[in-house]
Write a protein that binds this ligand. Sequence first.
Ligand SMILES: C[S@@+](CC[C@H](N)C(=O)[O-])C[C@H]1O[C@@H](n2cnc3c(N)ncnc32)[C@H](O)[C@@H]1O
Ligand code: SF4
Length: 484
Amino acid sequence: WWACTWGSPCHTRGGAVGVSAPCIQRGHPWRARLEPVSGVGGQRGVPGVGPGRPPTLALCPQWPYCRKHCSYCSFNKYVVPAVDEAAVRACLVREARTLLRLGQVRSVTSVFFGGGTPSLASPQTIAAVLEAAAEAAHLPAGAEVTLEANPSSASPARLAGFRAAGVNRLSVGVQSLDDAELRLLGREHTADEARAAVEAARGLFPGRTSIDLLFGLPGQSREAWARCLEAALGLCDDHLALYQLTLERGTALEARVRQGALPAPPQDLLADMYHTARAVLAAAGFRQYEVSNFARKGALSTHNLSYWRAEQYIGVGPGAHGRFVPWGEGSCQREARVQTPDPDTWMKEVQSHGHGTRRRAALSPLEQLEELLALGLRTDEGVTQQRWGRFSPQLPLRAVFGVPGEAMALQQQGWLLLDGRGLRCTPEGLAVLDSLLPGLLCQLQRCWARTAGTGGRDTGAAGGRGTEAAGGQSTEARGGRGPE
Ligand SMILES: C[S@@+](CC[C@H](N)C(=O)[O-])C[C@H]1O[C@@H](n2cnc3c(N)ncnc32)[C@H](O)[C@@H]1O
Ligand code: SF4
């Protein structure tokens, strides 16, 4: 298996709610069992109790609208004739307040406006959400605030408006620098327009402009990808995200490939493209700090790192995903949450209840460790001893992976390292992470079952309470909407 290069957890996609199996191949956030939220106005304002530091977390507001459907995209996005922006803005603000209060959040560490196409929102809307975050919790002056921008809605004037609103980092969806490829992808912009958008972004957000590129397009040759990379290197700032195109069922591009109108990219070519990119970017001074993310001069995205480090985050807006402890309900257990995907329904729910949480599931300690492992191994730092210890104070990393089993075999084969820093992939292992994870997860589950079989005596972790990670035992969702 090839490592899925698409690992941005907050990116929500149509039909993704309630998937029961972990999405290993995509490297998406763990999709735990998500039970529908039943009833309305159930549990009311129980003051926050339980252990733990005052929560700091990341905020992920979603703008679900786009101007056009790209041929490859299965995100949760909507193309509508008109958007009632004032109403959407009011709902984003209200839901952000509700969920920040529910999480008893003291400080927002970073904000990432995703979508859809958030650069279609007005700077006024972006400012309103940031103000709500700053009022409901502290938003430090230096906190990373990123906005995803489509080159079609990234004029210098708009970008300046976003900067004035509080955005300090841009992620520009360039995708390709070849007009024929952009047409194949159904993009609205040309390569020249993408270049102009990146140049404008770099002028306004120097050192803090990232670009997204896709590779593995049907019919794309190794040489065409190498040309694209070279052009991108001449254009980019200090951060790039390279995503291998996933042919998503239900998209126009996937249909054309399935029907034989376009060729499916061969696996060995995809592998070759990925290795080429890694080598080219390394030579240009970029550090591959995650399967698909590259930075130089320390320009790593702290927001994205917070997903891969399994920190808490709140998703706001249609289809947004979150992982946080609803301390405000008296809980001390981390939950996976998904907001209602359809914007109109979501707005009605927010207007009636203060938030549009569609599904929620308490994550068991084992599920949290699985998530920590699958996400942490995507980064070059891996799962550190310290972080593992926070989630699993009584069952050390070495007790799980330092004993004969899959992890040891993978170390001997040169894919994995376990040392005083923690567990991480070698550069070779990072490229094939998806093939390593199933064995590692099995080893974790076996170890967990064994130690749980002792009644938690050896580990304490199976039944342990007291941290957000090891705070509960049930995977059942509780009914009832949280307090507004
Ligand atoms: C929400 S989109 C970006 C923002 C904006 N809507 C745009 O398209 O410019 C986030 C990123 O996901 C990536 N993406 C979307 N669909 C993908 C797919 N099927 N396979 C791989 N990457 C994908 C694209 O690179 C895109 O820039
Ligand atoms: S603009 Fe972005 S979110 Fe919208 S359809 Fe295209 S890739 Fe998807």
